[in-house]
Design a protein around this ligand. Structure first.
Ligand code: ADP
Ligand code: MG
Length: 355
């Protein structure tokens, strides 16, 4: 009984001492750190510990404080980063409105597929440099544009700008007469199709992946699959259109996933199609299938292809050579190849397409 009482008194003293010790940390964190657990240990050991503790108070206090500070720094870091996160997220500007009722484009928009960039500039964050620096160009309806340039030139940023994943810093983008910054994001994004470099599928049926809003009939789906060269593959699956795709689509090859994206694009058949290095991770055979389908099925659409294999864009209407966020060259492949000093000529030469 006495021992127990003693221990408790010592424990209380310790707590008192440490809570009163001025530290750089908030006392609420360490009340339980020095004593909890120790108190419940064997009484003698506890008393011994506490006695020796008292004798070497200075050292001990410091070492306790060391532990406390260390623990506390971690706790504090955690709390601070939490707090910072919350602050950051509450201050991060949210995406623009999905729909703006009085700015809704006609359902047929864009029916031509004319894309104009006027002194367009964009940066990733406030305070960073522009990654597209005053882009001005006019892409006519049904043109097939190949976009080339070394890594970091701004090719992907240009596609992000079209979808307003990046919002403009200057200038504007006009699609068929409408400044895309004035309309709702859903109204814009529903009207452009992208076949991304790394196609992502969602866990769910193949049908859901191709037609997420069940807007099309099975017949239309099969037609799209046929044009995407997936008909045989899907009809041989035991579950057909109901074939379950795993998260990310890992149970299909990258090539097949890309073809699923192509089927999706064929079904939506928007006037503007963007391919961001769509064939980068695909074998040559799939690449040819995709390119041929795109050529025939999207002949009446405007296509912007970020090309990594120059041979796929040699018959395109024009090639845009980007460099450090600036359009360096923008002309037909033939015209650019006539000038052996052009950047495009250099690229074609490196690719072994010209001597
Ligand atoms: N998420 C990002 N945050 C900041 N800068 C970025 C980001 N993504 C790309 N950039 C920068 O933007 C520039 C253009 O990049 P990008 O459009 O990806 O070029 P490309 O597709 O031609 O390789 C580069 O300088 C790159 O470093
Ligand atoms: Mg890129």
């Amino acid at each position: 009984m006495t021992t127990e009482l003693e221990t408790n008194i010592v424990a209380v003293e310790r707590v008192k001492e440490y809570t009163e010790t001025p530290t750089e940390v908030n006392s609420s964190y360490f009340i339980y750190i020095p004593t909890q657990g120790v108190v419940s240990e064997n009484d003698n050991r506890v008393r011994d510990k506490h006695c020796s503790c008292r004798k070497s108070e200075g050292i001990h206090r410091n070492s306790y404080r060391g532990v406390v500070s260390e623990n506390d720094n971690r706790v504090r870091d955690k709390h601070c980063s939490c707090r910072e996160r919350v602050k950051e997220y509450t201050e991060t500007p949210t995406e623009a409105a999905w729909e703006i009722e009085d700015k809704k484009p006609a359902s047929s928009w864009p029916d031509k597929g004319c894309v104009e960039f006027n002194d367009y500039g964009v940066r990733y964050r406030e305070g960073l440099d522009l990654v597209l620096k005053g882009i001005s160009c006019k892409i006519d309806p049904t043109e097939k544009i190949g976009i080339v340039g070394r890594t970091g030139a701004g090719k992907s940023s240009l596609t992000l700008a079209l979808f307003r994943i990046l919002e403009k810093s200057q200038g504007n983008i006009i699609i068929d007469g409408i400044d895309i910054s004035t309309i709702g994001l859903h109204d814009l994004r529903a009207k452009i199709t992208i076949i991304p470099q790394d196609p992502v599928l969602f866990s769910g049926s193949l049908r859901m992946n191709i037609d997420p809003f069940s807007s099309y009939t099975d017949e239309e789906l099969w037609k799209a699959l046929e044009h995407a060269h997936l008909k045989t593959f899907v009809s041989n699956l035991p579950e057909g259109l109901q074939h379950e795709c795993s998260e990310g689509g890992e149970n299909l090859s990258v090539g097949q996933r890309q073809l699923v994206c192509l089927a999706r694009a064929l079904l939506r058949k928007t006037k503007i199609l963007v391919l961001d290095e769509a064939t980068a991770a695909v074998d040559l055979e799939t690449d040819d299938l995709i390119q041929n389908t795109i050529r025939t099925e999207f002949s009446d659409c405007t296509i912007l292809t970020i090309a990594h294999r120059l041979n796929t864009i040699m018959d395109y209407t024009r090639v845009m050579v980007l460099d450090a966020g600036i359009i360096k060259e923008f002309d037909s492949p033939n015209n650019l190849l006539k000038d052996s000093n052009s950047l495009f000529f250099g690229m074609a030469k490196n690719a072994g397409l010209v001597a």
